[in-house]
Write a protein that binds this ligand. Sequence first.
Ligand code: NAP
Length: 305
Amino acid sequence: MTIRIAIIGYGKIAADQHVPAIHGDPRYELAAVATRQGDPAIGVPWFATPDEMFAAMPGGLDAVAICTPPSVRHSIGADALKAGLHVLLEKPPASTLGEMDDLGRLAARAGRALYAGWHSQHAAGVAGAKAALAGERIAALDIRWFEDVRKWHPGQQWIWEPGGFGVFDPGINALSIATRILPMPLFVRSARLVVPSGRQAPIAADLDFGDRLAARFDWRHRDGEQWTISVMTEMGKKVELRSGGAHFTIDGAEQAVEPRGEYPSIYDRFADLVANGASEVDGEPLRIVADAFLVGRRETTEPFE
Ligand code: NAP
């Protein structure tokens, strides 16, 4: 069965990753797009709102990929499930834990697949790093997720709004990997959130999970990007993921990885879930960010323009 899928929210990630992944997988047919800024002219029917699309295409869609900012994910996802569609959520799956849980309940009630796709969990080195750490006791964790917000989020205002996540928008990618590869849960013991004057969301954050486990996120990094996760086991083995999880080393030695792309892998998993009417929503990365906002100490820094 071909999965007739519509994209909702046609911005950077929809154009860069979702469209090529859908076109590259014969199990899918891109059937429509709903986005507010006008017809993106990608050869499928365009609708200004998801509601108009659902009303205009009864029986013409099987699934949607929701690629909007997270603040509207819950209401759009709920409407799609009520319309009988399977739902793929961009990361993070919702603005709040409550919204995420509600989508899970709605999917179960509707008997439709709900998949919270964390693209970084599909990075080439993640499965190998997880296997290398299985059954180990962890002595130290050092996450460094540094990039330039102007390069990676040009002109995006929603990231600074309440529910926009600020530097946790990329930082949650690191947390999605860490929670996937570590053999134990992480708990935020303290956090420092650095918020530009006049903005609502942090431009930098430090998370302390206790016991030499820590993460640092910073959007003010001008000199390329650093997306690394280093883990030291009690037995002295060092496992390191670099380039956002694309490469990994054990004790400095580069390891072979599965060269599959992150988004093709997401669509592969979603097709399985659709075929089985099953759901997969990993809430751990969002739980950690929510905890950081709960216990974090806020510092104001210079305005971001
Ligand atoms: P973006 O470029 O700002 O695109 C978001 C799109 O959603 C815009 O076209 C926006 O249209 C549209 N939209 C907003 N509200 C909508 C609604 N109610 N109905 C339909 N369309 C709506 O943002 P992005 O970078 O693609 O990020 C979107 C999501 O993908 C975020 O959760 C982000 O974390 C995730 N992501 C992004 C990247 C990346 O490299 N950028 C990578 C991985 C994941 P308007 O312009 O009209 O508001």
